[in-house]
Design a protein around this ligand. Structure first.
Ligand SMILES: NC(=O)c1ccc[n+]([C@@H]2O[C@H](COP(=O)([O-])OP(=O)(O)OC[C@H]3O[C@@H](n4cnc5c(N)ncnc54)[C@H](OP(=O)(O)O)[C@@H]3O)[C@@H](O)[C@H]2O)c1
Length: 265
């Protein structure tokens, strides 16, 4: 298992939820941090909390990865710090429930830029130096939504399928280099995600893990070189069923569930 002590991680979407917990747990394992999101006040509060509790250094870089050129700007701002990045945690992301044909087109474009394009741009930027140093890697946050198409959350599920596919391919490409790539695929986790996605917590609450539990399992998987991590037994069963069942059956089931839960508006 590769340790984190004395290394440095760049964590996107660190201002809340899973990203904040990943940051806390990386710091507790001795990793210096560069944390980023749009909310400077929340990032500053997290940086103060972490530096009070551990001896690591935390740098805050504000970035909007949903706007065109946002990931390139972040890359340049992190380069300007002159600090090598050992671990890139592509965690920032959001979803949106509803009828695709009525969705805000600008919001959909922002989602694709944040959930997909930023992941590619940041990986392309930071991976070469990791390969040169023959250590570190990329932890990409996908979702259990990556395993099947989701009517009434169609673009979100497709972005996460992209992240999963990209991560699995990249993990193979870097095999034997000392660098690893892990896709974290959480099921429901109570965070700011539900409000942003306009979804009331429903029956899937039974499978919910906390952000802290999710981050703990993610870092274990990443440190031990797992390519795909689905935290929680119920979530793992669900992903297996999604792979085995005919696609038409899965999408019919999900479509009915989304309509029943009032998310198909
Ligand atoms: N919670 C779940 O049920 C669940 C399940 C599966 C996968 N996931 C994935 O887990 C990841 C983390 O989500 P979360 O659950 O922790 O939700 P969250 O609490 O809403 O956190 C989302 C993070 O992304 C940042 N972000 C949003 N838009 C951004 C933008 N345009 N530019 C830069 N940063 C931006 C937010 O910070 P600012 O608002 O400050 O920018 C925040 O730090 C996401 O990729 C999500 O898709 C979540």
């Amino acid at each position: 298992m590769e340790g984190f002590f004395g290394t440095r991680a760049l964590v996107t979407g660190a201002s809340s939820g899973i990203g904040a917990e990943l940051s806390r747990k990386l710091a507790a394992r001795g990793a210096d941090l560069v944390i980023t999101a749009r909310s400077k006040d929340k990032l500053d509060r997290l940086a103060a909390e972490i530096t009070e509790q551990s001896r690591v250094t935390v740098r805050v870089v504000v970035a909007d990865l949903g706007r065109p050129g946002g990931a390139e700007s972040l890359s340049a701002d992190v380069d300007a710090l002159g600090l090598p990045i050992d671990h890139l945690v592509n965690n920032a992301g959001f979803g949106d429930a509803g009828v695709f044909a009525k969705a805000d087109a600008g919001k959909l474009a922002e989602m694709v830029r944040l959930n997909c394009e930023a992941v590619v741009v940041l990986s392309r930027h930071f991976l070469p130096a990791m390969l040169e140093r023959r250590r570190g890697g990329v932890l990409n946050v996908a979702s259990t939504a990556a395993f099947q198409p989701m009517p009434f959350m169609s673009v979100y599920a497709a972005t996460k399928a992209f992240v999963l596919s990209f991560s699995a391919a990249l993990a193979k490409e870097v095999e034997g280099t000392g660098v690893r790539v892990t896709a974290l695929c959480p099921g429901p986790v109570p965070t700011g995600f539900q409000e942003a996605a306009r979804i009331e917590p429903g029956v899937e609450r039974i499978a919910a893990l906390s952000a802290a539990e999710t981050a703990e399992r993610a870092l274990f998987a990443y440190a031990t070189g797992e390519t795909v991590c689905v935290p929680g037994a119920v979530n793992r069963v669900q992903t297996v069923l999604s792979k085995l069942a005919p696609r038409g059956l899965v999408t019919s089931f999900l479509s009915a569930a989304m309509k029943r839960s009032g998310r198909a508006k």
